[in-house]
Design a protein around this ligand. Structure first.
Ligand code: ADP
Length: 543
């Protein structure tokens, strides 16, 4: 500390024949050794603490020190008679004092020589200490709280007390372990977290609270803490007195004095609740992900549904305008021709007959249209009843082809039917299947320009019959192919408005499906379209 003080102190020890000597400095915050000579005092820490306490409470004097149990055992350990105690220097404002302690066999030495050598050396020492203080006081940075104002001093003086209160109200486990790992101090509220009282925990080894499976891990963390002066953090469960397990995050650091580790100071943060929430959160995570997945699936489904509904809406309104148009055309003819017949009584019989014929045909067209719409809604409502019979498909197709001959001729379209000589029996609703092929052949003629060709082929396969309806017409764009069997779907062909309602192929597909048949389509824009229909043959005799 200071060579001069050290030397004077050594001389004084020699003169008084003391075995051990201490020059101790106390203030409100700390105590420190200014100089030390002679034998080691094993219980120094305890002695120092007791003296600090005395200094703060009533001051240090021989009588009060003599009554300290630790003093008695030190005298014993050092094998000396007594101790000479003197206050060497004091600064009252700071409650800062330096005391001299000399342990000797012959206590009288001090008193005999007090008036001469001893006294003068004490004076010298006192002055040296004073000077040392003067120097350090001028160098304020060396003095803690040197520039603290008088008002705040009160707070500072009560610092330890306030700090103690703070520890007691803290929700954390704040503790001090000695270098062996035993509890030296613990805050009351912290001890309660472990179902112990403060007193019960003191002296207990920290590892006693650690469950067996965590013992190695925690020991390693503590030895790591002891080997460095860095702050170490670790988490562990601690066993409470009632055998509960509480999770703590422990943050600790060693307490070092004179280069030696004398203990550990730690704060344990109770993270049980946090862990519980964390565990629950971990458990909930897959459920959350699953719900998110379901929600996104549901959202996609709803989106699909809504776009489907929008599309259906659009198709429906298109259908309404198309069907109105389809109704209006024959109705206009019917009304027009009937009016002519009624308004002109002189109309030749021949013409009347021709007009009547037009009215009849247009009426039939209207009836067919209405039937088609009703059929679709019947199929969808599951109301359709199939009247299945075993019949010759070739014969039926011949009739359908012939029914369309006239409209083909009108457009100079070559209409052919290729079929095997033998009959091909299928078991189906003859009328509905007839209507389906009628619609397919009808479309083939409708969507083929004049001078084109429409061919119907019936192929008798092993178990099936294959019917091909192929035309050299305008074709269907590739992008429309997947939708042509959908209700009200019509290929938009700007500039070439061909009448229709978009329900013909819906009926065809639904009928073929009901008969467990198959329909497929191939088309090339500008080069024609080919529909292929397949049915299982019937091996029953014709009805
Ligand atoms: P539509 O009453 O409009 O003819 P369909 O259901 O019969 O309704 O046909 C749906 C759509 O398929 C039609 O709008 C048409 O564009 C297309 N289509 C059907 N058959 C043919 C074909 N042979 N050639 C070209 N396009 C066809």
């Amino acid at each position: 500390m200071n060579e001069l003080i050290d030397n004077t102190f050594k001389i004084f020890t020699k003169i008084t024949n003391s075995k051990t000597g201490l020059l101790l400095r106390f203030n409100n915050f700390e105590s420190s050794v200014m100089s030390f000579v002679g034998n080691n005092i094993s219980k120094f820490e305890e002695f120092n603490q007791a003296l600090s306490h005395l200094h703060r409470s009533k001051g240090i004097d021989y009588d009060s020190v003599e009554n300290l149990p630790v003093y008695k055992s030190i005298i014993n350990d050092l094998n000396v008679q007594s101790c000479f105690i003197r206050n060497v220097y004091s600064i009252n404002e700071q409650n800062d004092s330096v005391y001299l302690f000399l342990f000797s066999d012959d206590i009288n030495k001090f008193f005999h020589s007090e008036n001469d050598v001893c006294m003068s050396i004490l004076n010298i020492l006192s002055n040296q200490v004073k000077e040392f203080y003067y120097e350090t006081l001028n160098n304020k940075s060396l003095l803690p709280f040197a520039d603290v104002k008088v008002d705040s001093d009160t707070i500072v003086i009560n610092w330890k007390e306030n700090f103690k209160n703070l520890l007691q109200i803290s929700n954390d486990l704040i503790f001090m372990l000695d270098k062996e790992g035993c509890f030296l101090k613990v805050n009351e509220s912290g001890a309660l977290l472990l179902d112990y009282s403060e007193r019960e925990l003191l002296g207990k080894h920290f590892l006693e609270l650690v469950p067996a499976e965590k013992n190695i891990e925690v020991s390693e963390a503590i030895s790591k803490m002891l080997q460095s002066d860095k702050v170490i953090k670790f988490t562990t469960n601690l066993k409470t007195k009632l055998d509960r397990l509480v999770s703590f995050e422990i943050t600790g650091r060693t307490i070092i004095r004179d280069g030696k580790v004398i203990g550990m100071l730690s704060i344990g943060n109770d993270i049980s609740r946090m862990k519980k929430y964390e565990d629950e959160l971990i458990k909930l995570k897959p459920k959350l992900k699953e719900s998110q997945r379901l929600i996104s699936l549901e959202r996609a489904r709803l989106w699909q549904q809504s776009s489907l509904i929008e599309e259906l809406d659009r198709l429906k309104s298109e259908f309404v305008s198309n069907i109105s148009h389809e109704f209006r055309t024959p109705l206009a003819s019917i009304i027009g021709f009937s009016e002519t017949i009624v308004s002109d009584p002189d109309l030749p019989e021949e013409m009347k007959w021709e007009f009547n014929n037009v009215i009849l045909n247009e009426g039939k067209r209207l009836a067919k249209l209405i039937n088609d719409v009703l059929d679709i809604s019947n199929i969808e409502g599951g109301k359709i009843i199939l009247n299945k019979i075993s019949f010759d498909l070739v014969e039926m197709l011949k009739e359908v082809v012939e029914r369309n001959r006239e409209s083909a001729i009108k457009k100079r379209i070559v209409l052919e039917f290729e079929h095997p000589k033998s009959q091909i029996l299928i078991e189906a609703d003859k009328e509905k299947i007839g209507q389906s092929f009628e619609a397919l052949i009808n479309n083939a003629i409708k969507f083929t320009n004049e001078d084109g060709r429409v061919i119907v082929i019936a192929n008798n396969l092993f178990k099936e019959v294959e019917i091909i309806i192929s035309d050299t017409g305008i074709g269907i764009p590739e992008k429309d192919l997947p939708y042509i069997f959908q209700k009200f779907y019509r290929v938009s062909r700007p500039g070439t408005e061909i009448p229709g309602t978009g329900i013909g192929l819906v009926f065809v597909k639904q009928m073929i499906d009901l008969h467990k048949g198959m329909i497929s389509v191939q088309s090339e824009i500008g080069n024609g379209t080919t529909f292929v229909v397949k049915f299982l043959k019937s091996f029953k005799a014709k009805n």
